[in-house]
Design a protein. Structure first.
Length: 278
């Protein structure tokens, strides 16, 4: 009887990986935003519900049902001058445990002229032993505006799960007017749960979030600080280089989501995606 070797198992694993690509751009026509070119491949899809006001909403759907080790997904979105676009996801994205290579998620966002882009996906949930590498490349014109939020949840609290091993690598690059104004790398591996428990990391928090607002100034920071007095989790806010950023950390993912929604409501002139309210 033939027995599988580790190499054979990994080869089978690699052959069954999911991949997906979504690439599209939107443009304004007589004050109304409409999609132009669109490309989809693999298990990643984008759908456009009924327009809200003059803007356009896009919903990303992963038909693979989650992301596992070795999967790769690429999203490339461009807002042409004067267009308004809000992008969200159909549900929280689940990152499953990985035996070999990490999953990859690459996001490119561009906003031209006086366009506005809101990137508002629902939470990313990492299972125990999940491994993922994410990259964000954001290119804005001097006149464009951006509202971006990302929430990452470590483990499934409802299942009593704690992350004891895994990898989370996050790389962000933001350029405005062709000039790099923000760069950040985050790398957590090994016993992520133990590291999150350290006071200088998350002090036991299991959910973290970031809201990036362009343009942003000290006046906006003060407005967020005023409403933060009612938050359940911790939040830190600052502004520099013409943008503002709010950092969130909470013991409970639901609490952090509520805090994030309060901030998004404070800085956005439009309603949150309906999927966030379900």
């Amino acid at each position: 009887m033939k027995t599988d070797t580790t190499g054979e198992r990994l080869a089978i694993f690699a052959a069954n990986r999911a991949s997906g690509i979504v690439r599209f751009d939107v443009a304004a026509n007589e004050g109304v935003t409409r999609r132009r070119d669109q490309f989809e491949a693999g298990s990643l899809r984008v759908r456009f519900p009924s327009p809200e006001d003059q803007g356009l909403s896009a919903v990303l759907v992963n038909t693979a049902g989650g992301i596992a080790g070795g999967d790769r997904f690429d999203v490339d979105i461009a807002c042409r001058s004067d267009a308004r676009l809000t992008v969200t996801t159909a549900a929280a994205e689940k990152i499953y445990r990985a035996e070999g290579a990490a999953a990859e998620l690459n996001v490119k966002l561009a906003a031209e002229g006086r366009s506005h882009l809101s990137w508002l996906p629902q939470e990313t949930i990492l299972f125990d032993r999940a491994r993922i590498r994410r990259r964000f490349e954001i290119d804005l014109s001097e006149q464009a505006s951006l509202l971006l939020c990302e929430i990452v949840v470590f483990g499934r609290a409802a299942m009593g799960e704690r992350i004891r091993a895994g990898k989370f690598a996050d790389r962000w690059r933001l350029s405005r007017g062709g000039r790099l104004v923000f760069a950040e790398n985050i790398h957590l591996d090994g016993d992520i749960g133990e590291k999150l428990g350290r006071p200088a990391v998350a002090k036991g928090g299991v959910a973290i979030g970031t809201a990036l607002i362009v343009p942003g100034d000290e006046a906006l920071v003060e407005r967020i600080r005023e409403i933060s007095q009612t938050f359940s989790g911790e939040v830190g806010v600052s502004a520099w280089n013409g943008f503002a950023m709010a950092r969130f950390c909470a013991q409970d993912a639901g609490q952090l989501r509520a805090d994030m929604m309060a901030v998004l409501g404070c800085v956005s002139g439009s309603a949150l995606p309906r999927l966030w309210l379900n």
